[in-house]
Design a protein around this ligand. Structure first.
Ligand code: SAH
Length: 219
């Protein structure tokens, strides 16, 4: 099947999953901007050669180092929940292979992304270079610390499941910013949107049961 048909099929599945989960997420439709980004970023270049045949399936896939590239629906809904503007400055924790990073780079002005596993950091650098993405900065390190030198961020996305919100990420979120993060709540992973009130106290909105790889705590 040609690329166009594979992409059409994938988008159809994503549209259907938005409908099926709308009661949880309050998002009925994938936004046009996110759909465009999903159609433009070549997911097949981000998955290992052995899995290229499955690159346009709505499924997570292994990327080495015991990690996965997220399911396209999850990439879409997390991106929509960030409510990015053209001039947004975004922080991503958990670069992985760089696919979500490339999607964010289509929608925001600048993306900063931190990865803790050296092999994946290097993979993402290579992948983003091949795709000609030039508005991303990648750092090898512990995402628990965020990227204080570049704060504040209009949006922060965490792509691994944490037990609690790392405090530096809250400090680095702009007053009107949105943090999208999978959190373990009552023993179950929930995709959450976190916003700040006037006194910068976090308001956590759990939206959707999910399955993510664990967020590494170094200390
Ligand atoms: N967005 C990625 C998903 C990768 S899976 C993609 O599209 O491919 C989650 C990633 O989070 C893994 O690469 C894992 O190594 C990374 N990670 C886990 N804990 C981390 C931490 N404390 N700091 C930075 N990255 C972390």
């Amino acid at each position: 099947m040609d690329r166009q048909h594979l992409l059409d099929g994938l988008m159809e599945e994503i549209h259907q999953e938005y409908q099926d989960t709308a009661n949880y997420t309050h998002c009925q439709h994938v936004s046009l901007a996110v759909e465009e980004a999903l159609r433009e970023v070549p997911r097949d270049l981000f998955v290992p050669p052995d899995y290229r045949d499955y690159a346009f399936a709505n499924k997570p896939l292994p990327i080495g180092s015991n990690q996965t590239i997220s399911q396209p629906y999850i990439v879409a809904i997390m991106t929509d929940l960030l409510r990015l503007q053209k001039n947004s400055k975004v922080l991503e924790i958990g670069t992985g292979c760089g696919y979500q990073t490339a999607i964010l780079a289509k929608l925001a002005t600048k993306v900063f992304s931190v990865e803790i596993i050296p092999a994946l950091h290097q993979q993402a650098l290579d992948n983003l270079l091949i795709c000609g993405v030039n508005n991303c900065h990648l750092k090898l390190g512990d995402g628990n610390e965020g990227w204080p030198q570049e704060a504040p961020f209009d949006a922060i996305i965490v792509t691994a499941c944490a037990d609690e919100i790392p405090h530096p990420l809250l400090e680095q979120l702009s007053q009107e910013g949105r943090l999208v993060i999978p959190l373990k709540l009552y023993g179950q992973q929930q995709l959450c949107v976190v916003t700040l009130d006037q006194s910068r106290q976090p308001h956590v909105q759990p939206l959707l049961p999910v399955r993510f790889v664990p967020f590494v705590r170094v200390s």
